[in-house]
Write a protein that binds this ligand. Structure first.
Ligand code: TXA
Ligand code: MG
Length: 353
């Protein structure tokens, strides 16, 4: 078993100019190796999804628990059929509307999908990303690509190549640098394996948009609440604490004035605020920002970089201004809730759940 990789970092920003890098990466995938690549959501660490041995390498590289299944990425809708037992009408409608894009569908899997990918479940998660580099790489490889986010297990997902280098250098064959990811939070995950479609992980495709196509869509309760670590959960990934910087994080609900008072009371060595862009000039305390208060897409784009930046500052205790949890904001809220140790409700704070 290979334990130490001589990781190559290759530019892959321009499909034409950087084609040799993409071809080299596709060759590595075909040979059973590991390639980090950009998608529109976050960077992924990919392996040939049809090879259990290749997929095993992903779990070792990330230190990922074996019972957490992976998403299989395809470059064309016609590649879906071979991976699943059948393609229900609901899946076709969602694919028509949202693929390529940040939506993952869970369906009963076919015999082609190794148990390593599905972590022993009888379902498989499939998505067709819209990022041109991801699509070109998968098409060149000629195989579906299993890829979780390219972070060490438990850390915030990577939205730049540097984040991936920080976490996975020496653990993968190639890191393709395609610049920052624009969505910033991982894909929406919806299961179509039960009677009623159910949202398992919120993302840039909102539950309102899913309902617009499918009618009734349930929301799994773990989307709003942190789950206890024991017992069965619909999506194994939801039972792990995630997205954590090294600091202890509190998610703070309430007015800006109450937040300011809290920071004043808690101020001290290693204490940081994480708030919106316009708050910086109003806060006389160390602060990282994560987008505009009234623009959840900008919050999603900057969220994980902000969490990583806190580590860079050596933050020990972080008080985060909670975002509004509607639309894409539900994804931002969900990731922050899972990165934090506890929530704080200040006077006039509202529970978005
Ligand atoms: O945007 C994304 O989805 C990124 C990029 C790289 O495509 N990938 C990603 O993968 O976020 P990962 O492994 O970090 O998250 C996959 C999530 C986990 O919560 C996992 O438990 C869930 O999808 N999942 C995968 N297969 C599943 C299945 N068969 N049933 C239920 N949940 C599943
Ligand atoms: Mg992940």
């Amino acid at each position: 078993m290979q334990t130490e990789y001589n990781t190559k970092i290759l530019a892959a920003a321009d499909l034409r100019r950087d084609r040799p890098a993409l071809q080299a990466a596709a060759e590595v995938l075909r040979a059973g190796g590991l390639v980090v690549f950009a998608t529109e959501t976050v960077y992924g660490v990919g392996a040939n999804a049809l090879s259990g041995a290749a997929v095993g390498g992903i779990f070792r590289a990330k230190g990922r628990p074996q019972d957490n299944p992976l998403i299989v990425h395809i470059a064309h809708i016609r590649k879906l059929e071979a991976l699943v037992r059948n393609v229900p009408e609901a899946a076709r409608r969602l694919a028509d509307r949202f693929w390529p894009g940040p939506l993952t569908m869970i369906l009963p899997k076919s015999g082609l999908v190794p148990d390593e990918v599905s972590a022993g479940l009888d379902t498989v998660a499939v998505r067709m990303p819209s990022h041109p580099v991801a699509r070109a790489l998968i098409a060149l490889a000629g195989v579906p690509v299993a890829a979780p986010s390219a972070n060490l297990s438990g850390s915030p997902s990577p939205t730049t190549a540097q984040h991936c280098i920080d976490d996975l250098s020496g653990r993968v064959d190639i890191i393709l640098d395609s610049g920052p990811c624009h969505v910033g939070v991982e894909s929406t995950v919806v299961t179509l394996a039960g009677e009623i479609p159910q949202l398992l992980r919120p993302g840039a495709v909102t539950v309102e948009q899913l309902r617009g196509v499918l009618g009734v869509v349930d929301v799994n309760e773990a989307v709003y609440h942190e789950v206890e670590c024991d017992g069965p959960v619909a999506s194994p990934g939801m039972k792990y604490r995630h997205y954590c910087p090294r600091a202890t994080v509190w998610l703070v609900h309430g007015s800006f004035e109450a937040y300011l008072e809290l920071l004043h009371e808690k101020r001290g060595n290693g204490v940081w605020a994480m708030a919106f862009d316009d708050d910086r000039k109003r806060l006389p305390y160390p602060c990282v920002t994560y987008g505009k208060e009234d623009d959840p897409a900008s919050q999603a784009e900057q969220l994980f970089a902000a969490l990583r930046e806190l580590d860079g500052h050596g933050a020990k205790r972080v008080y985060v201004r909670a975002p509004a949890a509607g639309g894409v904001g539900l994804a931002v809220y969900n990731r922050l809730a899972r990165a934090s140790t506890a929530k704080i409700f200040l006077e006039d704070g509202k529970n978005p759940g």
